[in-house]
Design a protein around this ligand. Structure first.
Ligand code: A4P
Ligand code: MG
Length: 204
């Protein structure tokens, strides 16, 4: 379960793309369960989830293949609150950070894009700086995003996708999920999500 989210909500929902990845301990199950958990994030609504993909590891080669997917959601969580909720979900899936860059993991949740934001804050860079180079991100992203999507500072999704080598990215099954119908109501501001305080316009 994600930890309770504190702090202000955004005045309006923004569209966010989240990359899901795992390559340890029944990775498919971790990705499917994480996608389901995203549907329970406060002040957020998952609008689409890609199929699962089996992908060859990028980085150290002596690790198992990954299972990857991408989810699109509308959220009123501010970027750092969303990152905190995703990291809590990683911990709940037994993620241990041993400092190995691009090493194996039970669950990795990256914010690929957050609206049109282009920022480099301590601990959070948006869009994800590696997105444009990675077929395991771009192929599932193209399933849930319009081809004309502009990834700020990186380029148009269709052009990035055409440029990236796609061998080693194999589609698997759809993720069985019941997604709620309709958009996130503009006034949806679950009090529980902000500790009983009224939502205020977010600062970031
Ligand atoms: N961080 C900064 N920006 C973001 C963002 N947009 N989203 C910070 C999420 N986190 C962000 O991440 C390190 C720090 O990045 C976090 O503390 C957060 O504050 P991490 O998840 O602890 O470490 P990491 O994942 O090992 O590092 P990195 O560089 O983020 O790796 P990636 O980019 O996540 O790559 N091969 C295949 N086929 N499929 C994969 O999914 N994944 C990786 C990991 C390597 N190879 C892979 C795959
Ligand atoms: Mg990561």
């Amino acid at each position: 379960m994600a930890e309770p989210v504190t702090g202000p909500l955004l005045a309006r929902a923004e569209t966010v793309y989240i990359g899901l990845g795992a390559n340890l301990d029944d990775p498919r199950r971790h990705v499917e369960r994480a996608a389901d958990a995203l549907t329970r994030l406060p002040a957020s609504r998952v609008t689409q989830v890609s199929r699962l993909y089996r992908t060859a590891p990028v980085g150290p080669a002596d690790q198992p293949d990954y299972i990857n997917a991408v989810a699109r959601l509308d959220t009123r969580l501010a970027p750092r609150a969303l990152l905190a909720a995703l990291q809590a979900l990683e911990r709940a899936h037994g993620r241990v950070r041993d400092g190995t860059r691009w090493g194996p993991r039970t669950l990795d949740l990256d914010i690929l894009m957050f609206g049109a934001r282009h920022v480099a804050w301590p601990g959070l860079t948006l869009p994800h700086p590696q997105a444009r180079r990675r077929a395991f991100v771009l192929v599932p992203l193209a399933e849930v995003a319009p081809p004309g999507l502009d990834i700020p500072g990186q380029g148009r999704l269709s052009a990035l996708l055409a440029a990236v080598p796609k061998q080693g990215v194999a589609p698997l099954a759809p993720i069985p999920l019941q997604l709620p119908a309709g958009p996130l109501p503009a006034d949806q501001a679950p009090d529980a999500a902000c500790d009983g305080k009224s939502p205020r316009a977010a600062l970031s």
